[in-house]
Design a protein around this ligand. Structure first.
Ligand SMILES: NC(=O)c1ccc[n+]([C@@H]2O[C@H](COP(=O)([O-])OP(=O)(O)OC[C@H]3O[C@@H](n4cnc5c(N)ncnc54)[C@H](OP(=O)(O)O)[C@@H]3O)[C@@H](O)[C@H]2O)c1
Length: 270
């Protein structure tokens, strides 16, 4: 069965998974965690995946695993906090695959980072979590619009919708604001834009199997689904929607809930 939705052309297997036949996907932060799992999930569905992160040897290991499983993948060591490396990532993808159909802006870190970080470290966190994502969209969007074909997915966080963590929330609110605004601006262009906002995800294999805490593969499957079936924003696990509803409707309830856990700018608990 084939069909076209805003975003990518898709075929569907009997199990209901959309096949991303030879779509070209860039996944950032693909050397570990959710990004690595997303690269594997997209490759399993037939996409040709470009894996970007700083640690070349980890990227190579991910590419080798994808290739062994019959998929197609390319490692492009990239620090997304560096605009020149972002440009080089897109250029290399176009040199090898000639287009970009899917962008997964997954890099993100610094949860619970204290405000006492040095200014350069704060700037670097914002550059990695937010500016890099914006620059990547800036680089790939014109080609997607020209071909009326593309999917952009941002990996934000529940703390990008519930204000709990000043530095990290600043970057994730920013990423959500950018991506959701973009979604409105490109509506009808053939480019689909989605946000996925995870709560706590168990990315360390040594600590798996906590009840109600999904692992990276569950997030990756959802991201792969969003390529063919875009959605404004999904929360994973879904029950986090309630936390976001409370933030909008009863913000004082969150004030009370985190009162005892307030952290001073120095990093010390009150
Ligand atoms: N895990 C959770 O509980 C959770 C919850 C909510 C949201 N999220 C979001 O989900 C996304 C993935 O999280 P995760 O837990 O999978 O993270 P992770 O396991 O720490 O992996 C982060 C990935 O990003 C890469 N990376 C970090 N800085 C980079 C930079 N400047 N340039 C390029 N790559 C960079 C890392 O690789 P290198 O070190 O090799 O560069 C690694 O591949 C993030 O946006 C995070 O904020 C996670």
């Amino acid at each position: 069965m084939t069909g076209t939705q805003a975003g990518v052309t898709q075929s569907t297997t009997r199990s209901g998974h959309a096949l991303l036949d030879r779509e070209v996907a860039i996944v950032t932060g693909a050397s570990a965690g959710i990004g690595a799992a997303t690269a594997r999930a997209l490759a399993r569905r037939g996409a040709r995946v470009v894996l970007a992160a700083r640690r070349a040897e980890r990227l190579d290991a991910q590419v080798a695993a994808i290739t062994r499983a019959g998929g197609s993948a390319l490692a492009v060591p990239t620090d997304v906090a560096d605009p020149l490396q972002v440009e080089a990532l897109v250029r290399r993808t176009l040199d090898v695959y000639e287009r970009v159909d899917v962008l997964v802006n997954n890099v993100g870190g610094g949860a619970f980072a204290p405000l006492t970080l040095e200014p350069a470290e704060i700037t670097r966190m914002i550059d990695a979590n937010l500016t890099g994502a914006i620059l990547l969209v800036r680089a790939v969007l014109p080609g997607m619009i020209e071909r009326r074909h593309g999917a952009i997915i941002a990996v934000a966080a529940v703390t990008g919708a519930v204000a709990l963590d000043p530095l990290y929330s600043a970057t994730k609110f920013g990423l959500r604001g950018f991506t959701l605004s973009l979604r409105r601006q490109v509506a009808g262009s053939g480019v689909a834009v989605s946000v996925i906002s995870p709560g706590y995800i168990q990315t360390d294999p040594a600590h798996r199997s906590r009840p109600l805490v999904p692992g990276p593969d569950a997030v990756a499957r959802r991201i792969a689904d969003l390529v063919a079936h875009p959605h404004r924003e999904v929360f994973i696990p879904r029950f986090h929607r309630a936390a976001v509803w409370v933030e909008h409707a009863l913000p004082w309830a969150w004030d009370l809930a985190i009162r005892s856990q307030v952290v001073q700018p120095s990093g010390a608990s009150r």
